[in-house]
Design a protein around this ligand. Structure first.
Ligand code: CTP
Ligand code: CA
Length: 230
């Protein structure tokens, strides 16, 4: 469908979407990062704007992606910067979607100068500290009727299936909706298609069929508008 052929059913809705992977600096030239491409968050922002929503896109590091039309794009780098930008934008939002891959940890110290090898000193060790959990802070400071959406990439293991882990994460995080991607076999990261589940705090669970990130975005915005009317 042409963009202008989409229904403007999200008109009047103010949404914040986070996207991409944060980078946590070790020194002026090095960082800890992750493989997030940002494609899912960008697709969410683009589709929401096409359907008439007012969109703030808080983007960390992404693959080279075209800037979505009609979106207020704000760039950040670290998890701490993302937290400030997301919490600020969330003040005036009806919906917040955390599609970003936020680093759980950052180096405890950022060296002022480039770290050098030395024959006199032992090789360095990196010590890490916990980053704030932005989704948890959003839930703590939730505005009345605000809908908060998390993303999770899970694999099954001895502790349980993908769905078991996802249900536990939804309860732990306290968000309204959780999009769960089943990962492994090269799925979800750096690929075009997603598959998984959409879990709601009211116990509703639906499977998301394998499809494009734009299709997943459409499914999520449908679920968000339904959830808002409950
Ligand atoms: N998230 C966040 N802030 C963090 C870490 C994660 O807001 N510091 C958000 C992500 O954007 C995502 C959701 O929380 O929407 C779930 O992320 P995930 O990494 O799956 O959850 P964690 O609680 O970090 O659990 P895990 O130990 O499995 O990584
Ligand atoms: Ca994590």
């Amino acid at each position: 469908a042409r963009p202008d052929a989409l229904p403007r059913d999200l008109h009047g809705l103010r949404v914040v979407v986070s996207a991409g992977g944060t980078r946590e600096p070790l020194d002026p030239v090095r960082y800890l990062g992750n493989r997030s491409s940002g494609k899912q968050g960008y697709a969410l922002a683009r589709v929401a704007a096409q359907r008439g929503a007012e969109v703030v896109l808080v983007a960390a590091h992404t693959a080279a992606l075209p800037e979505p039309a009609g979106v207020d794009l704000r760039h950040v780098s670290t998890a701490l910067e993302m937290r400030d930008a997301v919490l600020e934008a969330a003040q005036a939002a009806d919906v917040v979607v955390m599609a970003a891959a936020v680093a759980d940890f950052r180096p405890a110290a950022r060296a002022e100068h480039k770290i050098k090898k030395s024959e006199d000193r032992p090789d360095p060790e990196i010590s890490l500290v916990r980053n704030p959990d932005i989704l948890a802070e959003l839930v703590e400071n939730r505005k009345p009727d605000q809908v908060i959406v998390g993303f999770a990439a899970e694999t099954g293991d001895e502790q349980g299936s993908v769905l078991d882990h996802a249900r536990a994460k939804l309860r732990r995080k306290g968000c309204d909706l959780l999009v769960v991607n089943a990962v492994g076999d090269g799925r979800a990261f750096e690929v075009e298609d997603n598959a998984g589940w959409l879990l709601a705090a009211d116990g509703t669970e639906r499977a998301i069929p394998l499809g494009s990130k734009a299709q997943l975005a459409a499914t999520l915005w449908d679920a968000v508008s339904e959830y808002g009317k409950r």
